[in-house]
Design a protein around this ligand. Sequence first.
Ligand SMILES: Cc1cc2nc3c(=O)[nH]c(=O)nc-3n(C[C@H](O)[C@H](O)[C@H](O)COP(=O)(O)OP(=O)(O)OC[C@H]3O[C@@H](n4cnc5c(N)ncnc54)[C@H](O)[C@@H]3O)c2cc1C
Ligand code: SF4
Ligand code: SF4
Length: 360
Amino acid sequence: MGERGDGYNSAEMLKKNIISPGLCSGCGACVGYCPYIKCYGERVAVIHDCKITDGNCYRICPRASTNYDLLRRDTFGPIEFDLVLGNYEAIYFARATDESIRSRGQYGGVVTALSIFALETGILDCALMTGGNYTQAKPFIAADAGDMLACAGSKYTAAPNLSLFQEALKKGYQHIGVVGRPCQSTAARKMQQAAEIKGEKISLIIGLFCMGSFSPDFYQLIKDKKLDGYEKMDIPGDIKFARGNKETYLPFDEMREYVRDSCHICYDPLSELADLSVGSTEYDYGWNTLIMRTTKGSNLVKDAAARDVIELKEYPGDRLPLLKKAVFNKKKRVLERPDAKYLELSDQEKEFFLVTGGDI
Ligand SMILES: Cc1cc2nc3c(=O)[nH]c(=O)nc-3n(C[C@H](O)[C@H](O)[C@H](O)COP(=O)(O)OP(=O)(O)OC[C@H]3O[C@@H](n4cnc5c(N)ncnc54)[C@H](O)[C@@H]3O)c2cc1C
Ligand code: SF4
Ligand code: SF4
């Protein structure tokens, strides 16, 4: 295995160790790198017994062994990390200033506003995003503001956006953005740090918060329950479907069995390796929580705020312990699972979650 836990291996091993046991997160990263790996909707499959042992597919998979210590150091440099929230320069509440973006966005529309701003200022020439809607998500290469606006809104399934990376390269894009779930942010960072597979063409990673996504069977369920005629879906606790003033809820417990197996071993609810991480505020759904992680991400936010593209307000001090507690508990639960074998962490980090950090 390589130093970064990114050891080469074959597509056959990807099938045996990750896809067949149900550990695939549906990120899509491996798909673009190999003609024998295909996406069928949100299911990823190896269609030929490829035994090449230096396969990039295995190397970039976020469920193949993943050395977070080294990935963090490669991303942020040799600094002391916040083991719970990951590295960050600042954390804010934020929202798009443009009302038309806010009305299409999941919460404050910050992801859409910042992506469009990155495009308009030349940081990106396209971004791998998720189009469609909650009744059928669709990976999409968004190359103008209209495309990006059309991708606004969360689809709570595992759209394999990264499967489009090779297509974006073929189309000649040089500065490719990734907007994705934390598993996709990890895969994108693994890709980015492997220059020989053109990962350096990934210019910005905007990671979402994510506590879980639903399996493709979810689509049939919402059809069967006649919940496919709404405009928007959200998970403020139970599952909410809304159109105008009309709302209906599905108890989360009824949906628990639809959460992908891979999500139960996911150690990264906040896209720790992204340039910027964006989630809900958990109480004011017109705003986002925005975590500025890298200097590149922070500069983008500062420029966007200076030009009135987004509005920032102070992150309330009383929310930080709540966010930390939720993330701490998730990481602890994952470390307690015997099947979370892909994780390579320092003894100090494991001890923090399993032994000493209980007063977080
Ligand atoms: C599966 C999933 C689970 C989530 N769980 C949580 C959670 O537990 N807590 C929390 O605070 N936030 C969670 N989020 C993030 C939240 O739903 C919003 O995406 C985030 O707050 C950004 O809001 P926004 O208004 O800026 O988004 P918008 O401006 O509307 O932009 C949303 C962006 O998300 C992308 N996107 C949509 N669906 C997907 C998908 N399935 N995979 C990858 N990218 C996608 C779109 O391309 C779009 O660019 C989750 C998101 C997803 C997709
Ligand atoms: S997690 Fe991503 S890289 Fe790994 S097998 Fe699934 S789609 Fe491929
Ligand atoms: S919980 Fe983790 S594995 Fe599941 S979709 Fe979210 S980031 Fe990916």
